[in-house]
Design a protein around this ligand. Structure first.
Ligand code: NCD
Length: 308
């Protein structure tokens, strides 16, 4: 099935736009890059990285991916030091990078839907590096690929998501991506940070077996993956609300010992205090592999979208 797939010219602004076959095609292509690298198929191309919010992994892994494929890169990660600070609109910024000859625009924005808008303005492909609190499609692909790499499959697994499921875009994007598979999802969050109704409705409509609990101890023994996220302090509208939820959950080795053999802990990073560093050197820790596969996966994406 996947041999007929062609992603050339595609925008990647929502995980909703990708079918299971297309995801599998991207994962097969990532595995190929992991095995043997890739030819410099983007030689002479230019990838613009425009990041309106702080980023370490997403920015760097896209930059490294573009360079390994032979592409040049340009852009910014600190909008306060670019013309954005003078009031330049997203529309004008996009048009300008196109004028400079960008063959693809990778962008991160604080507003939900900003990359979809940018994709409408741009005539070259736009890839979201995360926008607002709903979507981070390439992180969801990285996360699914990490699961597939660890377990050799995604179907049949029970995934627990712990943390800020309301304001965190990675958990929300991952849950949408998982709905293409036959999985069980347990949403574990304090009430104030529980998954948004639109997310639950979507997952229910897609027939995902969904459980909602407030204490991770209630589900830990049946999980294959525990996906942890930090509290998105910067997105919580009311600071007193943050004070009420901070420190409410923390994953320790003791907790993981109550889990199944083979349990993997994932985290999109950065972590704050929700994931104890004592886990880092153990077989539970999947998060550094998860970060590392960001490069080959984004190479696979860029070469399919820009190089194809
Ligand atoms: C995440 C993000 O920006 O949404 N980071 C990432 O891309 N790995 C997670 C976060 O900031 O908590």
């Amino acid at each position: 099935m996947t041999d007929q797939i062609n992603l050339a010219g595609r925008d990647i602004v929502s995980i909703w736009d990708f079918s299971r076959d297309e995801l599998e095609y991207i994962f097969d292509s990532t595995a190929e890059v992991e095995r043997g690298g890739s030819a410099k198929v983007l030689d002479g191309k230019l990838v613009a990285l425009i990041f309106y919010e702080p980023s370490t992994r997403t920015f760097s892994s896209f930059e490294i991916a573009a360079k390994r494929l032979g592409s040049g890169t340009t852009g910014f990660t600190a909008p306060d030091q670019s013309s954005v600070a003078k009031g330049e609109t997203l529309h004008d910024t996009i048009r300008m990078y196109e004028g400079y000859g960008a063959d693809c625009i990778v962008m991160r924005h604080n507003l939900m839907g900003a990359s979809r808008y940018a994709a409408e303005v741009a005539s070259v492909p736009v890839i979201s590096g995360g926008d607002g609190s709903r979507e981070h499609p390439t992180q969801a692909m990285v996360d699914l690929y990490t699961i597939r790499k660890a377990f050799g499959k995604i179907d049949g697994l029970h995934i627990g998501m712990l943390g800020d499921l309301r304001y965190g875009r990675t958990a929300s994007s991952l849950s949408y991506a998982l709905s293409n598979y036959d999985v069980e999802i347990s949403m574990v969050a304090p009430d104030l940070l529980s998954a948004r109704r639109e997310t639950l409705r979507y997952l229910n409509e897609k027939g995902v077996k969904l459980f909602q609990v407030t204490n991770v101890k209630d589900v830990i023994s049946s999980l294959d993956v525990l996906y942890v996220t930090r509290i998105q302090k910067e997105r919580i509208p009311d600071p007193t609300e943050y004070e009420r939820v901070r420190g409410l959950y923390r994953v320790t080795l003791d907790l993981l010992k109550q889990g199944k053999k083979g349990l993997k802990v994932m985290h999109p990073l950065p972590r704050v205090d929700e994931l104890a560093s004592e886990i880092d050197g153990t077989d539970y820790a999947g998060y550094f592999v998860q970060a590392a596969v960001g490069v080959p996966l984004r190479m696979a994406l860029l070469r399919s979208v820009v190089g194809g």
